[in-house]
Design a protein around this ligand. Sequence first.
Ligand SMILES: *[C@@H]1O[C@H](CO)[C@@H](O)[C@H](O)[C@H]1NC(C)=O
Ligand SMILES: *[C@@H]1O[C@H](CO)[C@@H](O)[C@H](O)[C@H]1NC(C)=O
Ligand SMILES: *[C@@H]1O[C@H](CO)[C@@H](O)[C@H](O)[C@H]1NC(C)=O
Ligand SMILES: *[C@@H]1O[C@H](CO)[C@@H](O)[C@H](O)[C@H]1NC(C)=O
Ligand SMILES: *[C@@H]1O[C@H](CO)[C@@H](O)[C@H](O)[C@H]1NC(C)=O
Length: 485
Amino acid sequence: MKLQPFTVLLAITAANATKINPLHIKRQATASSSVSTATSATVAASSVSSSSGTSATSSSTTGISTGTTTAVGAPASATWGTSYPPLSQISSGMPSEVTQAVTTTYTAGASPTYYSGADPLPTPFVFNAADWPAQDKLPDTSSSEVQEWMEELDGWDIPDLSPTVDGTCVSDPANVANASARGWWTCGGYTRDTDITVCPGKPMTWGTSFDDGPAFYTTKLLHFLNEQNIKATFFDVGSRCIENPNVLIDEYMSGHEIAVHTWSHPHLTTLTTEQIVAELGWTRKAIKTILGVTPTTMRPPYGDIDDRVRAISLAMGMVPIIWTRTPSGVSFDTFDWEIPGGVVTSEASFSQFEGILGNASTLEDGFIVLEHDLYEQTVDMAIGYTLPAALNHNPPFTLEPIGQCNGIPYTNMYVESNLNTSFPIANGTSDGGIDTDGDGTGDAKSKNSTSSASTSSNGGSTQHTSLSIFAMPLLATLAALVVAL
Ligand SMILES: *[C@@H]1O[C@H](CO)[C@@H](O)[C@H](O)[C@H]1NC(C)=O
Ligand SMILES: *[C@@H]1O[C@H](CO)[C@@H](O)[C@H](O)[C@H]1NC(C)=O
Ligand SMILES: *[C@@H]1O[C@H](CO)[C@@H](O)[C@H](O)[C@H]1NC(C)=O
Ligand SMILES: *[C@@H]1O[C@H](CO)[C@@H](O)[C@H](O)[C@H]1NC(C)=O
Ligand SMILES: *[C@@H]1O[C@H](CO)[C@@H](O)[C@H](O)[C@H]1NC(C)=O
């Protein structure tokens, strides 16, 4: 059956407006996790937890055949981590492959060699439940940590926008009507000049990224990326970082960029300002504790950002990165995250990706795509299909991490090595404020700007069509189906 992804997704969207967070669902511990206590309480009953990481559910790696019936083959030189099923077998019911060890084990004191000014890795992370908020839940905002981080907002003009209803468009007609004024990306694709959404002036360049890890199959992806000498940006979830610290270290030490993707993966526009600070702050702290570095970039889950979320993020020293929408409103979302729940087929997701490459080929800028390393299915889609399709394309696409494809050196990706006075905070405006709309004056995100958020931020908004409505509600079905696994 030939599926039209947008048609299918539209129908699903209409039927599923509820918000459920798929990250609440956990699976068996990964080989390299050193935080068994963090996962033991929530491991799914059907999973086999293994501290050695060598056992999994019903099948072993031998139960998964390598892709031989696919439109695109793995690059010829790939020898490890390239075992993946035929496209049609990447599905919600596929057997769980054994998780793989990290590509390299690093010891405390080791330093990344691919950029200068990097601090050595801290002493190995030891999970202590008392040190962290509950995983995958909104952190308590009364903690001393959150109250301290709130002080980072002092002197910043955080727009006084009420939280959205649930971060989706269907539930919130009032805020949809005001989406342009509040710069709400979710409903209409409104961006500001401080947002990173493309690789400027680099046609045929894919700013490659993966969201929601570090997770059980991230190591498989890392083996593939490292063998192909592909570097990517990982938008890491704090709750996953403390669970899989050695996978996070493997990402970072392998030369991939590390960015913040919140603690519990909520729709940030729905939260209070203190809750947003807590979500970003705890993830930043987890990454700092494990890697010794503090990211200067973040991605809002579901791309759910408005001027309030932007201002808070920038005040905390993190530049928002979303994914590309074309001028005609095509959102570069592979919907790979809906394969595990059976909401979208692997064929439909890959067809969607081929459409993305087709659209990307026409752009004057490079592009950014939403993909995930959270699930086995999404990793197999990446290593077996989407990444090879881009590499084998004629002409081929160039794959780079998002910071790099934006001209941001590794040193600027982390506070500790960042000597750039204009990144992440652009203080180049005539009134000393933060210019987000490119009109030369500080605006919604400016330090003590006197201009109102509504008037100044309107100028830089970019209207696209509302395909973004797909971005979220489908998770209800995904979560329900994954729970049933
Ligand atoms: C911003 O304004 C607040 C109160 O209006 C003031 O306390 C603070 O010092 C100001 N910050 C700067 C950087 O001017
Ligand atoms: C762009 O994406 C849309 C939606 O997926 C698709 O219908 C269209 O064919 C794509 N354009 C190209 C040139 O591939
Ligand atoms: C500082 O960062 C900005 C924004 O990314 C960039 O345009 C500029 O080239 C950087 N400057 C230096 C010296 O790295
Ligand atoms: C912004 O830049 C100006 C000029 O470089 C400088 O005088 C001012 O102190 C800066 N303001 C802030 C808040 O960093
Ligand atoms: C619409 O957005 C503007 C700018 O953010 C804000 O000032 C205004 O209060 C909003 N209006 C409504 C009705 O929410």
